[in-house]
Write a protein of this length. Structure first.
Length: 436
């Protein structure tokens, strides 16, 4: 029989209804609420990052193939969609799909207003499934027409500014010499909430941009690539080796805990080596660096919250054990007089502390995961889309993160238990038995 564990259970039962039982409940509540808050914070963080990432990916893919150019214009130089390029993309194992595109600067003109936009021309390979969730009215342009389509999808911000609705017509003037114009029909209105896209980009037909640029069907401005970002064991090991190398060589700016970024960086390098020398591969992380850097800043807030909760929970459990030790001073003196060792007595109170921690973790998991599931299914907590880029608080339940938080709290608070039980060795049996 494990005698310290047995005595710990008896102490817990005898303390029911006493002052120490109230203190025990406070400890369980503080640990449980702390873990629940952490679980909710990480679920919201992962949900928020996933929603923003998916919006960027739906617009630009994961990797972008362009031609080398020193220009900072939105309009790219043309690349040839030849067999070598297509074969290279088809044979790269991590690529799931790709789509050619081209950008063209233009002006939208109504009777009252003029607004500068970037026409993004795409074809029937465009990821309509991923983009349709941003459509708030109408539909995407029809890319299957015999001739190039004169339909476009505007952002809600642009349509509100120009007072345009679905099925309205608008004149578009393309910025070039000599200038050209077309009369286009609004087929749909989208909204992502991201200013980088909603402010200026409209979706049109790739063949329209080709016609304006006098390009043949074999040319495009670039190719957007979608990759399978599911990490494998090799990816995690590769990220670990990369980070260790960065630390050893003092290149801390290259350190990253973003497995998706590591996967795309690796794919970028491998594709660059197999494509023609006049082409380069760009990560969407680099193309929209300001968005992803902003997302990385959110990690710091959660880390600070994690530190605060661990400090509060650790302080709470230390205080609880000190109170329990003071209440059981006579018992400690009696056990020492009967020959019990300090190690045995310390084990009793460590078991008692771990019991409180485990109860707190159980309730924390139940509360945190339950709130996350309720929000994920019923969307109870709304958000102002104008400020937060989404209409409700997003949730992503990551089991590995929840397990990590449980293990981290159990380990760190378990270490803090050693602080109060260290006072047991200073208790003298004679004084403890007379203690009142």
């Amino acid at each position: 029989m494990n005698l310290p564990f047995f005595i710990s259970k008896r102490i817990a039962k005898e303390s029911t209804g006493s002052f120490s039982s109230i203190i025990n409940r406070v400890a369980v509540v503080s640990i449980g609420l702390g873990l629940a808050v952490l679980i909710i914070a990480f679920m919201v963080l992962f949900g928020f990052k996933k929603v923003i990432r998916d919006k960027v990916y739906s617009f630009s893919g994961h990797l972008i193939v362009n031609k080398y150019t020193l220009s900072t214009s939105f309009e790219e130089g043309s690349i040839v969609l030849d067999e070598d390029l297509i074969d290279a993309l088809n044979n790269y194992p991590r690529i799931t799909s790709y789509q050619p595109y081209a950008m063209k600067a233009a002006l939208l003109k109504t009777k009252e207003e003029v607004h500068g936009v970037i026409v993004k021309g795409v074809d029937n390979s465009f990821d309509t499934v991923g983009f349709n969730k941003h459509i708030v009215e109408g539909r995407l342009p029809n890319f299957n027409a015999d001739k190039y389509s004169t339909e476009v999808a505007l952002s809600k911000r642009v349509s509100n500014y120009l007072e345009l609705e679905v099925d309205d017509e608008v004149l578009i003037y393309f910025v070039q010499n000599p200038p050209r114009f077309r009369r286009l029909q609004i087929s749909g209105i989208y909204e992502t909430g991201l200013e980088e896209f909603d402010e200026k980009i409209i979706i049109g037909d790739l063949d329209l941009v080709r016609r304006i640029n006098s390009w043949p069907d074999s040319l495009a401005g670039g190719v957007e690539i979608f990759c399978d970002l599911t990490p494998s064991l090799d990816d995690y090991l590769g990220l670990l080796r990369h980070n260790l190398s960065s630390i050893v060589n003092l290149r801390f700016d290259e350190y990253t805990n973003d497995i998706q970024k590591y996967i795309l960086t690796k794919a970028e390098s491998e594709l660059f080596n197999i494509l023609d020398i006049d082409l380069y591969v760009d990560k969407v992380y680099d193309r929209y660096a300001q968005i992803f850097e902003w997302l990385n800043l959110l990690n710091r807030n959660v880390v600070i919250l994690l530190g605060i909760i661990l400090f509060v929970s650790g302080t709470s459990i230390i205080s609880i054990l000190l109170i329990l030790i003071m209440e059981r001073t006579k018992m400690i003196g009696m056990m020492k007089s009967l020959g019990a060792t300090d190690k045995m007595i310390r084990s009793i109170f460590v078991y008692n502390g771990l019991r409180l921690v485990m109860r707190g973790l159980l309730w924390g998991n139940v509360i945190g995961v339950s709130i996350g599931l309720i929000q994920d299914h019923f969307k109870i907590i709304p958000l102002d889309a104008a400020n937060y880029y989404m209409s409700h608080v997003p949730i992503v339940i990551d089991i590995s993160t929840i397990l990590f938080l449980n293990i981290l709290i159990l380990f760190l608070i378990g270490l803090t238990l050693l602080i109060p039980v260290a006072f047991i060795s200073k208790v003298q049996p004679v004084k403890a038995i007379r203690f009142d």
